[in-house]
Design a protein around this ligand. Structure first.
Ligand SMILES: [Cu+2]
Length: 249
């Protein structure tokens, strides 16, 4: 249902959407019942000439039922919400499916930078690709991410994946996603991280295997050096990133 308003581009996006819908329907139902009852009572017992005000303590059993029965029903609704919520949390945050690829995601004031293996498929080798503000991934591929921060607390968020994870300085936090729809999607920082927080946006580009292989080949360090070509604006090293941050300050 939410997909009509926000694209769902990862395998677990619909689990989150279902959870939101369940909460909205149950809470919405009780909101309408409670507000309807309140306004009906206000109207029914409004001030009228010649009618004395009743003093009701609510201690009688037939009056207490107005509290206890809805109370039990609301607790049952809580259980209906909590059980799938625990399952969704467990399947997204506690369990990591085997990785096809791994990417490193680094937050700093005020940009996201990424590191991923080049055509050799091995991280931390000479052909690694480092990008700023732009992450290229392959569709229908399970990615593990290693999330870190260079300075303050940031939060790596890809709304179309329904993915959000805080990045803490001094820690490497692991997570996963599996994009299942080709396209270009927003990356945001969703943790207030300083005056440039609102500018800390990026893009995640989900490509077909052919397009991704071509991109890897074109942007891996030896290929770029071999062609004597300048890196694209989004493809700079860590030194470049630090320089950019300096300039922004
Ligand atoms: Cu931020």
């Amino acid at each position: 249902m939410l997909e009509r308003y926000l694209t769902a581009a990862s395998t677990y996006a619909h689990w989150i959407d279902y959870q939101f819908l369940l909460i909205a329907v149950l809470v919405g139902f009780w909101l309408i019942v409670a507000e309807g009852m309140m306004f009906w009572l206000i109207f029914k017992f409004r001030a009228r000439d010649g009618r004395a005000t009743q003093y009701i303590t609510g201690e009688e059993t037939h009056l207490k039922r107005w509290i206890t029965i809805p109370h039990i029903l609301v607790i049952l609704c809580d259980i209906v919400i909590i059980v799938p919520a625990i399952l969704v949390w467990y399947n997204i945050k506690q369990v990591m499916p085997p990785a096809d690829e791994t990417v490193r995601v680094i937050g700093q004031q005020w940009a996201w930078s990424f590191q991923q293996a080049g055509p050799d498929g091995v991280m931390d080798t000479a052909d690694d690709i480092r990008t700023v503000g732009e992450l290229h991934v392959k569709v229908n591929t399970t990615y593990h991410f290693e999330l870190m921060s260079r300075d303050v607390v940031h939060s790596f968020a890809v709304p179309s994946f329904r993915l959000k994870q805080d990045a803490l300085p001094g820690r490497t936090i692991s997570g996963w996603f599996r994009p299942n729809r080709v396209g270009s999607y927003d990356i945001q920082c969703t943790q207030m991280c300083g005056i440039g927080h609102g500018l800390m946006a990026g893009r995640i580009i989900v490509e077909t295997p052919q397009d991704h292989a071509a991109w890897l080949l074109h942007n891996s360090t030896p290929a770029v050096a071999g062609q004597q070509a300048l890196p694209s604006p989004s493809t700079v090293g860590m030194d470049g990133l630090a320089t950019m941050a300096e300039v922004r300050r």
